[in-house]
Design a protein around this ligand. Structure first.
Ligand code: SAH
Ligand code: SF4
Ligand code: F3S
Length: 463
């Protein structure tokens, strides 16, 4: 990072000069197309850009620098970025001084980087997930030479600490505890674009959490592709359950959340930590992906339907009020109609509060990309609709049970721009909408739940 700090200083000097000559600072527009990890990375990109002397804007049309932090997990995430690049091409024709940068998971793939090099020559800079911390140096290069600057080197296992971070929210923060994934589920691109699992040292994580708490942040969400593997590479005997207990002790923190857990190594130690730690929210996101054992095997998930249901049983037994959510993939290539019924069976047996469902998307370079489909596209869409139907009924029923209760809600913001309705979350993470003034944002309030919808609750503020 010391080399990067030099480049940040150089860019800051240049940008100061720009500000003197133009009566305004240069403006950067940074957008995220991926998951929470990517959001957290964008906060780092913005932190570094702030050090480089940039102001920020949400509108590309006002920006001197556009940075898209991209995702590769499904094809539509990539299509969106290609669509935006088309629009940026026209903007750049009118304003050739504009700088365009792409980073993140999608561009970490060689075939994508090649495609951009060939057909999107208006892009100035491409850097992958491994090069994130090198952004200042790369941006300096990109703005001082002709042609495209590219750094998509494979993981060198480095964890850069102390990257400046510009957080979206003052009250809630994401804290990455580990990077990468070793699981190689056969449908998934993440292990290829994020490299192998590597854990941050507990002392570095705690330092970050304490400094957030000192700045008034009360809700911490610990992030990793598979937090249950946390610490395996550190050899200091500390696992994720230990880490949760340590974060639970930090003064000023009121709520701790975490994601994602992998079912194959969800331990009793972790369930006990959720139960014992007063600040750890009663919430678990435990993706099961599919209900059929045959499909789970082909996905290389490492557990059976029965083992999954047994883990859920233990979780419910120890933390009875737990908010459960999951990810589900519909239409994995070899999945048959009968096998899909097993997925519905898991939904009915577990009764998740919420699920995130996805239609399988073929990812180049993954083992599943070579498999043949059993069902037609139409049949897969039919299954997807059925899945939503089954889950919506369950989510609504589970929400109905909240009507009449008083819940502690952390107010996150206005539920829509300039409305007098606020939105916040219960400890379990249900979304609650209620009338109130903006001064309540960031505060904990009590809300009496008056009405249940499928994806949220409505309520009124009580003393
Ligand atoms: N590490 C996390 C999440 C990774 S990506 C985990 O394993 O739970 C988030 C979700 O995207 C996955 O859980 C999966 O449901 C979905 N997903 C990943 N690859 C996909 C693909 N090729 N097509 C459709 N959905 C996919
Ligand atoms: Fe992808 Fe599986 Fe790793 Fe999750 S655990 S990121 S689904 S390979
Ligand atoms: Fe996240 Fe998408 Fe990368 S889900 S890890 S941004 S591929």
């Amino acid at each position: 990072m010391s080399e990067q700090r030099e480049y940040m200083a150089r860019l800051r000097e240049e940008n100061n000069l720009f500000a003197v000559n133009n009566g305004r600072k240069k403006r950067a527009c940074a957008k995220t197309y991926g998951c929470q990890q990517n959001e957290n990375d964008t906060e780092r990109v913005c932190g570094m850009l702030e050090e480089c002397g940039f102001d920020f804007t949400d509108d590309e049309a006002d920006a001197d620098l556009v940075v898209y932090n991209t995702c590769a997990v499904r094809e539509n995430a990539e299509q969106k970025v290609f669509g935006r690049l088309g629009i940026l091409k026209h903007m750049k024709e009118a304003r050739p001084d504009m700088t365009i940068a792409l980073c993140g998971c999608m561009v970490q793939q060689e075939h994508i980087a090649e495609r951009i090099k060939k057909t999107y020559s208006h892009v100035d800079l491409i850097f992958g997930t491994n090069a994130l911390y090198k952004m200042p140096k790369l941006l300096y290069e990109a703005t001082h030479k002709k042609g495209m600057t590219i750094d998509i080197e494979k993981s060198d296992g480095v964890i850069a600490e102390d990257i400046p971070t510009k957080r979206e929210s003052k009250n809630q923060a994401w804290v990455s505890v580990m990077y990468g994934c070793n699981n190689f589920c056969t449908y998934c691109i993440v292990p290829y674009v994020r490299g192998r699992e590597r854990s941050r040292l507990p002392e570095d994580i705690l330092r970050e959490v304490k400094s957030l708490a000192a700045d008034g942040c009360t809700e911490i969400s610990l992030l990793g592709q598979n937090v249950n593997s946390y610490g395996k590479d550190l050899k200091n005997g500390i696992d994720f359950a230990d880490l949760l207990r340590m974060v639970n002790e930090v003064d000023g923190v009121r709520r701790v959340r975490f994601m994602t857990s992998h079912p194959k190594d969800l331990s009793d130690r972790l369930i006990d930590a959720i139960r014992d730690c007063s600040k750890v929210c009663p919430q678990l996101h435990l993706p099961f992906q599919a209900g059929s054992n045959e499909v789970l095997k082909r996905m290389n998930r490492g557990y059976t339907k029965e083992q999954y249901l047994e883990k859920i049983r233990r979780v419910k037994e120890k933390v009875p009020n737990i908010f459960l959510s999951s990810d589900v993939i519909v239409g994995f290539p070899t999945e048959t109609k009968e096998q899909f019924e097993e997925t519905l069976d898991v939904l009915r047996k577990v009764e998740f509060d919420r699920i995130f469902s996805f239609i399988y998307s073929k990812r180049e370079g993954t083992p599943a990309a070579k498999l043949d489909f059993v069902l037609s596209e139409e049949e897969i869409h039919e299954n997807f609709s059925r899945l939503l139907e089954v889950q919506n009924e369950i989510s609504k029923r589970k929400n109905d049970a909240y009507v009449g209760r008083v819940e502690e809600v952390l107010v996150e913001g206005e539920s829509a721009k300039d409305s007098d309705v606020l939105a916040g979350r219960c400890p379990g993470s249900q979304i609650v909408n209620f009338k109130g003034g903006r001064e309540l944002i960031g505060k904990y309030v009590n809300v009496k739940i008056t009405e249940a919808m499928t994806w949220s609750l409505n309520g009124i503020l009580v003393d």
